[in-house]
Design a protein around this ligand. Structure first.
Ligand code: MG
Length: 421
């Protein structure tokens, strides 16, 4: 069966959220600010057209804001989290397999779907707009990377009504996309590619295999194959988005018990917190995603619950506590579950975290020092050397990995043994 993926991307998500309950600003320039009202973290198209940049400090664009009557909002993660939940839950009825990719993006597996997929995605788009009020762009392609590129094209060309199927139009579409904007091409590789004269997504698609393998390793080759329409990145396996951190895996077997789901959620919250600290940032919003096993004749239910944190944090115990509380709100006994995920959004640099003067911030010096020590031990002795008891020790829910080779280089247990005779 031919593979087909759709990537659904909410347009200017935070700005669109502000418009849902404030239709008078539908065509007005809108910006949303980071936690402490410092920088612009989202812009409507009108605000982009004025030249307001992503991440620009508010004081720098004060003049533009005043002159053009730009509507300025402090970030409201409680609202964004809940609208994200509604978008995702609406989408999940359209496919047997969906991967929430970030707060405002999801991949849908459309393989084997009968009929006209563009029409199907138009219906999806109309339902999200009607039920939730958020405009989305949808790209369709034979690989996740091409679906991403198609979504970009859908956004750029108003003539396609928000849905673009790249199949049969790969060359012309890829030639219009800069190589920096290809999914999975990081800043470092983008610089190398530009220096080499590989400027567009099409150039990268046509780059010689040997050059790609030598300079961009096997992951780069994966991207190039994906651009050629060969799907190499399965559902549930993705490059990390920049604006969210998501840790999620399908279980190795059906899971029914809340206790097991809690262990998994705690393990993913722990991992997500490590990534967060690794990049020197803190999160303002926690979301838990829970996916049921598909029934024989029906679609799986995806449920999402989100909670805004009063103060952005990267302190693992707080993130575990939040994830478990959210899970408890969406869990119900009965169905078999196949996946749980923990997503952190509203990510800000550590230095930008606004401390609450009247409430002792939980993440004080002591908490920071504790996390630094835990991270240092795990770096030195291998991941999982120091763990939080909440994530369990037996982990019966862990994904099946019966064919995995030993972790020769990262686990003392798996160290290859040499014998002299
Ligand atoms: Mg978006």
């Amino acid at each position: 069966m031919d593979k087909v993926f759709a990537l659904v991307d909410c347009n200017n998500f935070y700005a669109s959220c502000e418009r849902v309950f404030n239709p008078s600003i539908a065509r007005r320039p809108v910006v949303v600010l980071s936690n402490n009202d410092g920088c612009v973290i989202a812009r409507s198209n009108e605000a982009k057209a004025l030249g307001i940049r992503m991440g620009q400090p508010l004081f720098e664009c004060r003049d533009l804001v005043a002159r053009h009557g730009v509507h300025v909002f402090s970030s409201n993660f409680e609202l964004y989290g809940d609208l994200s939940r509604r978008v995702m839950e609406t989408l999940s009825a359209f496919t047997p397999d969906m991967e929430v990719y970030s707060i405002d993006e999801a991949f849908l597996d459309l393989a084997g779907m009968p009929g006209d997929l563009t029409a199907y995605c138009r219906a999806m788009r109309a339902r999200v707009k009607g039920w939730v009020g958020i405009p989305v762009s949808i790209g369709i392609g034979p690989s996740k990377t091409l679906a991403k590129a198609a979504a970009k094209a859908a956004k750029q060309d108003p003539a396609c009504g928000g849905v673009f199927d790249i199949r049969g139009r790969e060359e012309e579409t890829l030639s219009g996309i800069e190589v920096d904007d290809v999914w999975g091409v990081g800043r470092r590789y983008a610089r190398l590619l530009r220096r080499t004269g590989i400027l567009s997504a099409l150039d990268l698609r046509n780059a010689p295999d040997e050059w790609v393998r030598r300079h961009m390793t096997v992951t780069g080759m994966r991207t190039v194959m994906e651009l050629r329409g060969v799907s190499c990145i399965p559902m549930d396996d993705a490059w990390q988005p920049r604006k969210s951190i998501l840790c999620s895996r399908s279980f190795g077997r059906k899971v029914y018990l809340l206790e097991e789901l809690e262990e998994a959620a705690a393990a993913y919250a722990t991992r997500a917190a490590e990534k967060l600290r690794d990049q020197g940032s803190a999160a303002s919003l926690v979301q838990v995603i829970l996916m049921e096993f598909p029934f024989n004749d029906g679609f799986p239910a995806t449920r999402i619950c989100s909670g805004a944190l009063g103060v952005a944090t990267s302190y693992t115990p707080d993130l575990i506590r939040a994830a478990k509380a959210l899970l408890g709100r969406i869990y119900h006994q009965g169905p078999a579950y196949r996946k749980v995920g923990v997503m952190l959004s509203g990510i800000v640099a550590r230095g930008q975290v606004q401390l609450d003067l009247f409430r002792q911030g939980r993440e004080g010096e002591r908490e920071l020092a504790l996390m630094r020590s835990v991270d240092a031990v795990n770096r030195r002795w291998g991941r999982g050397s120091l763990e939080f008891a909440a994530s369990g020790f037996r982990r019966p829910w862990w994904m099946r990995q019966t064919h995995r080779s030993a972790r020769f280089t990262t686990s003392w247990k798996d160290l290859p043994r040499a014998k002299a005779s």
